[in-house]
Design a protein around this ligand. Structure first.
Ligand code: CA
Length: 223
């Protein structure tokens, strides 16, 4: 998933970003709400991790404003404010979940996975002989597990979240790279060709000039 991490404590930000990157997520850390708004204007995120006490404002007020402006991305609040009334205020402002600092990194990872799963009707997708388990982050060809690199998985996951539908190049490139990283023009083709080599030529259809589509799913939702 592509994750926007809004946290002004540099140590907490580094630790969380490193942990989530190890789990194959692309993480864009920002330290201010203004930067978060700018990032949201240019990247399609799957999840926002939001600290509340930030140098340029209060995260709850910001979230409330973004939600009323139509922001649909799931939000997990990370904060030291542990009073029940503050948790309720955060959830009422449009947060999907709440984690109190200090939090366990493995619990953070589990909640991130749970919020990712909530966006899809089912956590497994079948395409021909390939079965993709989005919750367990595993893929199998004819029942035998196939190992993917983090970036191969990022591309496959972005396609499997919308099986049978065109996924634009920009969406796939967002899934591949954290904010600010270089994206060379042919890098997406490289990962698509690696996925076809490992999982079969028919798995991913090219929609010329536009993007790619996970094939063999008849345009239906997740199986
Ligand atoms: Ca803070």
């Amino acid at each position: 998933m592509r994750i926007l991490l809004v946290e002004d404590d540099p140590d907490l930000s580094d630790v969380a970003a490193t942990h989530l990157r190890r789990q194959s997520h692309a993480v864009d850390p920002v330290a201010r709400l203004g930067e978060a708004s700018a990032a949201l204007a240019s990247v399609q995120y799957d999840l926002i991790l939001l600290d509340l006490g930030l140098p340029d404002g209060d995260g709850v007020d910001w979230l409330q404003g973004r939600r009323s402006a139509g922001l649909a991305v799931p939000v997990l609040i990370l904060t030291a404010r542990d009073q029940v009334s503050q948790r309720i205020r955060g959830l009422d402002a449009g947060a999907d979940d709440y984690l109190t600092k200090p939090y366990d990194l493995f619990e953070l990872g589990a909640r991130v996975r749970a919020l990712g799963r909530r966006q899809i009707a089912s956590s497994s997708v079948q395409s021909g002989a390939v079965s993709i388990d989005l919750a367990a982050r595993r893929v199998a060809l004819d029942g035998a597990e196939v190992r993917l690199t983090s970036r191969e998985w990022a591309v496959l996951e972005a396609l499997a979240l919308r099986p049978g539908h065109l996924v634009p190049r920009s969406r796939l490139e967002d899934a591949l790279y954290a904010f600010g990283a270089e994206v060379e023009s042919n890098v997406l083709e490289v990962y698509v060709s690696q996925l076809r080599r490992k999982l079969g030529r028919d798995l991913i259809e090219t929609v010329r000039g536009l993007g790619y589509r996970l094939g063999g799913t008849d345009g239906a939702g997740p199986a």
